[in-house]
Write a protein that binds this ligand. Sequence first.
Ligand SMILES: N[C@@H](CCC(=O)N[C@@H](CS)C(=O)NCC(=O)O)C(=O)O
Length: 206
Amino acid sequence: MLKLYYATGTCALATYITLEEAGADYTAERLSFKTNQQNSADYLAINPKGRVPALVTDRGVLTETPAMLAYLAQTFPRAKLAPLDDPFDFAQVQSFNSYLCSTVHINHAHKMRGARWASEESSFADMKAMIPKTMGACFKLIEQKMYKGPWVMGDQFTICDPYLYTLSTWLEGDSVDINATPKIADHFKRMSDRPGVRKVMDAQKA
Ligand SMILES: N[C@@H](CCC(=O)N[C@@H](CS)C(=O)NCC(=O)O)C(=O)O
C-alpha cells in the first residue's frame, strides 16, 4: 500500500488529490510544521530533504511532486490521468507540472522561506513584497498561454489539474485575485466540487 506524508496548506495536496482520483489504496500521515516535524530524525530517515510530500511505495520512497504525479498516472492507467501512449502529449503534461514546481512554487516560497536565499530582514521584506507581482504574472501566463480548457490539457482531466488547483489555493494568501484569471477561477470552482477533492480537503481539516 502507498503511504503519503503531507502537511496542510502545502504542495502535497496535489499528490493527495491524485491518489484519490487514481483510486489508489493508500494511507496519509500528516506532519506538523509547527513542531518542525519535517526535520525530525524519523522523517529525515524517510525524506532527507526535510520536505513534504514523500510517497512511500513498495519500491522505495519518491519525492518531488511532478515525479509522484507521473508515477501515479502510470501506476493507475485505468484512471486515465495522463496521455500515457503519446510521448509529445505526455511531455506537455510534464512541462506544465515542471513549470508549477520550478517557477510558480518557488515564487510562492519567497513569502515564508526567504531564509533559503538571504539573511537580512530587509531582503525578506523585499521578497515578500514581490509575491503578488510574480505569482500574478505566472497565473496570467498560465491562463493566457498554457491552459487549454475545460481542463488544463484540454478535454482530458490529467495530473496537471490537481497540481494547478493546489497552487491556486495559495493565491488569496499571496494577495492575488483569482478572478483576474477567469478560466483558472472557473477551474478552481469545478475542482472544489469534485468528490475526491472534497474528501481530501475534509480529511485535512479533521
Ligand atoms: N520540489 C518539491 C518541493 C517540496 C517543498 O518545498 N515542500 C514544502 C511545502 S509546500 C515543505 O515541505 N517545506 C518545509 C520546509 O521548508 O521546512 C516538490 O514539488 O515536491
